[in-house]
Design a binder for this molecule. Structure first.
Ligand SMILES: Cc1cc2nc3c(=O)[nH]c(=O)nc-3n(C[C@H](O)[C@H](O)[C@H](O)COP(=O)(O)OP(=O)(O)OC[C@H]3O[C@@H](n4cnc5c(N)ncnc54)[C@H](O)[C@@H]3O)c2cc1C
Length: 828
């Protein structure tokens, strides 16, 4: 057995085996350690379904890769993974569910996943055992199916061995120590005693340059060993297997196997199993388990079946497949299934640690294993994956996250697997948790909140008693008109947005200027000025967007997206640490929770602030001469000291008012009182999202991410090619694979795009939207997205797929609203 390897994978479930396979295939000297037997975690009892249906872009790619990869394994390893491509039929009982599938279908199209639509009559015709009279229709994925989870894991393990990986069973990892160059991993040989797996006296160390943890239900122990937080906590999940159904047996004499049937409105999936049925429900009240650890005695074990909990789903299976009524139960499985608060696994660099990679929290781990191994290996070996993996990044939860939060959110996530996933969905559990001081005040004004990185952030404002839940839709929700009114208020009068959730870092010290000059691609601003800039990955794509405010010669205030505080902080700190010797001392503080932010914007915003500002010459303090666009000044609004930054993400005359958080309510009351005279309107994030698209302002996580360079985002004005910066060469070499553009869309009368729709030229798919919404200025839908570079030209006619139809769209010039920034620069 080796004692030093390039990469060590901990955990021999489907996920660990795939990672070992892909790392070994990439040429890395790889070892996998498993404390028990391969597949003895959740993998052994999975139902093996491989659902391609997914609303997320990265996860759709991951699942798609897995399905294709699993089909190749037998030829490569000689092991049959038991892959049955039976298809997957998702049935819809309501029109809203059909809408959901249509919104999903356009994501599938962007990724290239095949699908077909079916009417109830077509379903009945093909699968007569299925009751269809109460169905609206279905979406059918012909390439879906199911696999034997243990067999596919063994096949991947064999493939890994063929590429030179060493797989060692019965070795438990008990500790990790970073020497500055490699990980020293403490191991214990495990032995069987009376049916239990227990640690032996034999202990040893293995050193590895890189470690990947794929420890499934043991993630909390892994977190403790690493001294980090991992919000992966399992929930109980059960499925039952029936005795053979005589009608099914008869039917199968002349027909192929049923596809995996999913009745999402009834919250279950069903597939055939040896003449009977497997029913897998996603029921209410499934409890979290192993919140702190997995007991040593729990091996490939199960929990007792809780039939009461799944009675409703069981009855609805009988309703949908009446022949199943008379058949008895043959088997049941109730096992731990790992979850995370948003249902996406945690894949990528571990927070705060070097060369430590996480692959934890998989709830669809059989489906995701193949793609996870592929893309994670790309990240480790090449520095970045070809798709943007940010949605899976382990740092999307900050240090505010607790065990209680993760457990309750994971239970909610499990229960939500089959609820309608409206794009404007907001989930309720564990809220409110992180609130700005003005929370009660804005709530009293009708704020309907969304949740970003745990923060409560107003989405829009509605009359008291308005039911946000009932207002959600795949089309224009009941909130739409409120967002229209708010957007108009900013274009025509003045509005105020609570932007406290913004991420803020203070970077200072003798090395700060040289470091930031290298770390970001735009020129650094002069003292008192601000710049928009990007930190790039080593492959030249966009890692983070910053508004940089230069407070003093060597002191900078960095503002970035609210959702990504830990993600941004980790990258910034690690980069600064790497460059310490070269650039000198750099002090970095996350000051997000010390500064509140109100964004005031609109033609009357200067009037509003002018009523409050204290200055020797209040009439000129906000004028262009004393306070030009893209500059920062410390001003006083009443008794509140304010770091005012003259930018507006809405593209209107405006200021971001960064203020001491403890004075937020004072400032809020002052602004509201002064605003009464000028028609100040509180505005939420949805209107802001529409307004920024009228100005072609790219959003991080939408247009900006690790799959496109700033040049592909068509932002050359923010890239200073005359200097050297991190990622520059790679960015240059990448060229322009696709280009970002803004489109005005003549879409359906009752819907706007959500930013995941496929784009066409004629019948040819040429790109996809990354943002969508409604433009109050142009009175039609708007969107931003990526298309083939030759098509990203003003006036180009394209089509957008929405609700299963192609709608006309026209590429606009950058910033279709106020292209010369006259309004933003307005003097007064
Ligand atoms: C009833 C049920 C049905 C399911 N059906 C499906 C399905 O149809 N499709 C699907 O995609 N998913 C399904 N799942 C989910 C799926 O089982 C999991 O997502 C998947 O198995 C996770 O794989 P993994 O490799 O991450 O974890 P695991 O399979 O749990 O593997 C983790 C491994 O790490 C080992 N380990 C932990 N700590 C250490 C350590 N310190 N040292 C050494 N080894 C360690 C463990 O022993 C274990 O073998 C189902 C789950 C359940 C419970």
């Amino acid at each position: 057995m080796k004692t030093h390897v390039k990469s060590l994978v901990v955990g021999g479930g489907a996920v660990g085996a795939s990672i070992a396979y892909h790392l070994a295939k990439a040429g890395w000297d790889t070892m996998l350690l498993e404390r028990d037997e391969l597949t003895s975690g959740s993998t052994w009892h999975a139902a093996g379904l491989l659902p391609l249906f997914n609303m997320g872009y990265a996860t759709s790619h991951i699942h798609d890769y897995s399905v294709k990869f699993y089909k190749t394994l037998e030829a490569e390893t000689g092991l049959n993974a038991g892959f049955y491509v039976v298809g997957n039929l998702r049935m819809a009982q309501t029109q809203a569910r059909m809408d959901e599938y249509m919104v999903y279908a356009t994501t599938a199209e962007s990724v290239g996943i095949p699908y077909e639509w079916m009417t109830p009559a077509q379903i009945k015709d093909r699968w007569p055992l299925v009751r269809t009279e109460d169905l609206q229709g279905a979406i059918y994925h012909p390439t879906d199916g199911y696999i034997n989870p243990a067999d596919v894991t063994q096949a991947m393990a064999k493939g890994a061995r063929q590429f030179g990986a060493e797989i060692v069973r019965r070795v438990q990892v008990d500790g990790y120590r970073w020497t500055g160059a490699e990980w020293v991993v403490s191991c214990t040989r495990m032995v069987e005693k009376g049916g239990n797996l227990v640690p032996s006296e034999e202990q040893f160390e293995i050193t590895a340059e890189h470690v990947v943890t794929a420890t499934g239900n043991h993630a909390q122990r892994t977190a403790r060993l690493l001294g980090i937080k991992i919000p992966a906590i399992p929930v109980e999940h059960q499925y039952i297997v029936t005795e053979p159904d005589p009608m099914l047996v008869e039917y199968r004499k002349n027909h192929p196997e049923h596809p995996v049937l999913r009745d999402a409105d009834a919250k279950w999936y069903v597939r055939e199993e040896r003449g009977g049925w497997i029913l897998g429900p996603y029921e209410r009240n499934a409890p979290a388990c192993f919140e702190y650890d997995v007991p040593q005695s729990f091996r490939a074990d199960l929990f007792p079946l809780d039939l009461d909990r799944i009675e409703e789903e069981y009855m609805s299976m009988i309703h949908r497949i009446p022949s199943s009524e008379t058949v008895g139960l043959k088997d049941d499985y109730n096992g731990p299934i790992c979850y995370t608060p948003d249902g996406n696994p945690l894949v990528g660099p571990a927070p705060g640690l070097r060369n430590m990679w996480l692959a934890e929290g998989f709830s669809f781990g059989i489906t995701a294993a193949g793609g996870t191994g592929h893309y994670l290996a790309q990240m480790m070996v090449q520095g970045e994956a070809e798709i943007d993996m940010a949605a899976l990044d382990p740092k999307r939860y900050g240090s505010w996250m607790t065990t209680e939060y993760a457990a309750r959110k994971n239970e909610e996530c499990y229960e939500h697997v089959y609820v309608l996933h409206h794009p404007d969905e907001e989930r309720e559990a564990c809220r409110p948790l992180r609130t700005a001081p003005c929370y009660d005040r804005v709530k009293a004004q009708g704020a309907q909140f969304g949740c970003v990185n745990g923060w409560e952030r107003p989405n829009y404002y509605a009359p008291q008693g308005f039911d946000d839940h009932a207002a959600r839709s795949f089309r224009r929700g009941g909130w739409w008109q409120y967002a229209v009114d708010e957007a108009k208020a900013i274009r025509e009068g003045v509005g105020m947005i609570d932007a406290t959730a913004f991420t803020k870092h203070l970077v200072r010290g003798p090395g700060a200027t040289a470091f930031l000059d290298w770390f970001t691609c735009n020129k650094l601003p002069k003292v008192g000025r601000i710049n928009l800039t990007y930190a790039l990955t080593q492959t030249g794509t966009t890692r983070t967007e910053y508004t940089i405010v230069r407070l003093a010669q060597d002191e900078y205030y960095l503002i970035s997206a609210g959702a990504w505080t830990a993600y941004d902080g980790d990258y910034l700190r690690k980069a600064a640490e790497d460059k310490l010797a070269e650039f000198g001392w750099i002090d970095i503080h996350d000051v997000t929770t010390q500064w509140g932010v109100f964004a005031v914007a609109g033609p009357k915003s200067r009037d509003l602030l002018g009523r409050l500002v204290k200055d020797a010459d209040p009439a000129t303090v906000l004028s262009n001469k004393r306070f030009p666009w893209l500059s920062m000044r410390n001003i006083e609004l009443g008794m509140c000291p304010v770091r005012a930054v003259r930018v507006a993400y809405t593209g209107e005359l405006g200021w971001e008012l960064h203020h001491p958080i403890e004075m937020q309510n004072y400032l809020f009351d002052q602004l509201m009182a002064a605003g009464a005279d000028v028609g100040l309107k509180l505005v939420g994030a949805r209107a802001q999202n529409w307004l920024r698209q009228e100005k072609s302002y790219r959003a991080f996580g939408n247009e900006l991410g690790r799959d496109a360079t700033p040049l592909e985002a068509d932002l050359p004005r923010f890239v200073d090619m005359s200097k050297d910066f991190h990622g520059k060469t790679a960015m240059d070499q990448t060229g322009i694979r696709a280009k970002c553009c803004t489109l005005l869309i003549d879409g359906p009368a009752d819907a706007d795009p959500w930013g995941r729709e496929a784009l066409y030229e004629g019948d040819t798919k040429v790109g996809r939207l990354t943002s969508g919404g409604y433009s109050v200025v142009f009175g039609k839908s708007i969107g931003m997205g990526y298309v083939r570079p030759d098509l990203a030209v003003e006036g180009q006619k394209l089509k957008v797929r929405m609700f299963n139809q192609l709608w006309d769209a026209t590429v606009t010039a950058d910033s279709p609203y106020d292209p010369t920034n006259q309004n933003i620069r307005a003097d007064g």
